[in-house]
Design a protein around this ligand. Sequence first.
Ligand code: PLP
Length: 431
Amino acid sequence: MNYYSLNRKAPQTTFADAVVRGLAPDKGLYFPESITPLEASFFETIKDKSNAEIAFEAIKQFIVPEIPEAVLKTIVEDTLNFDFPIVNIDKNISTLELFHGPTMAFKDVGARFMARCLGYFNKNNTNEVTVLVATSGDTGGAVANGFLGVKGVNVVILYPSGKVSDIQEKQLTTLGQNITALEVDGVFDDCQDMVKRAFMDDELTSKMQLTSANSINVARWLPQLFYYLFAYKQLKGTYKDISFSIPSGNFGNICAGMVAQKLGLPVKHFIASNNANDTVVKYMDTKSYEPKPSVQTISNAMDVGNPSNFIRIQELHNNDFEVLKANLSSYSFSDTDTKTALLELFKDYNYIADPHGAVGYLGAKTYLETNDSHVVFLETAHPTKFLDVVEAVIEEKVELPKQIESVIHKKKVAIPINSYDALKSFLIERA
Ligand SMILES: *Cc1c(COP(=O)(O)O)cnc(C)c1O
């Protein structure tokens, strides 16, 4: 499968090259040249397949033969060695829990998959690759964990000082080995801007092979399509139709869901549930896309003012606003709404959500006010990753799962930086 740049000023390239580069030479995002629907029998027999079989069948057209089938099978099996359960909330709403991986964030799947692909492409290579990644919270931990110990790959994570939860900070600053955390004096957008600048810095890129592990990277982005198939496997035959409400920040997860739909998955509608960062909500209302600085919220992994994957969503809908509008609704919710939803889920349904899942729940409810469907909201992080907020709202202690317990007492190691030049010198010293 070839990939083209959405800026359309760079040559098409292979999956391997797209993964190693992250961004195309013209700074565009890579996009698969075709998406061929799966056979009807794939969906008819989905209940009889294991998660790894489903994932392998669904993603292989994007990856084989550059990664041979047998290797891809192993990558998929290793990546998916935990559960993705559906939990029923009420007759119209359920949640797909994506937080049962090693860092309890849905990003574990993309990070683990990408790390294994890069490890495969790099297996005979003595050239080191540096993965440079900006995180608003959960990406950092998932990437750090996914890439820990992968040969020939160094990981450098930039995170905004004081803007990620304590547990998130521990997850990305305590691993050591090939993982380094840089604590940036700024907000997430500053981190993301520094990363983008590094990729465009010829002096730097001539000295080292840099790549990204944000959802702009196709190997991080595409495996997220598995979730939607896993939900369908569990719900097929139970409801007339299914819609998904996705707590969205950079819009990579929801965009992968739309790829699953292109593969033939029956999805009635997508709901992008946002916090106060409402660039896409405004766009869907006004047809005018105006990126803006992010604002800080209690669902901090979605504090994104200029979602990088939105351009892929437009491409999937032939850059036709009306076509997109028929498939996507987008709503924005305040922190107060989010806390009310957390409490409602706890009191009325005995379900402890995290703030991102609560935003997804609100999106589901809002859509159902004027539409008929079964809505699955994605629960993208475990509630204990946002312990302060969750415990204060529900006024109860939440038990720490073992994945979290194991990092909480480790010692944070991070290098403070306050400018692009500081990042550049750090990288050059190590090149
Ligand atoms: C990253 C993240 C999101 C947003 O996902 P996108 O693919 O960037 O839209 C939502 N919730 C949590 C917990 C996250 O870590």
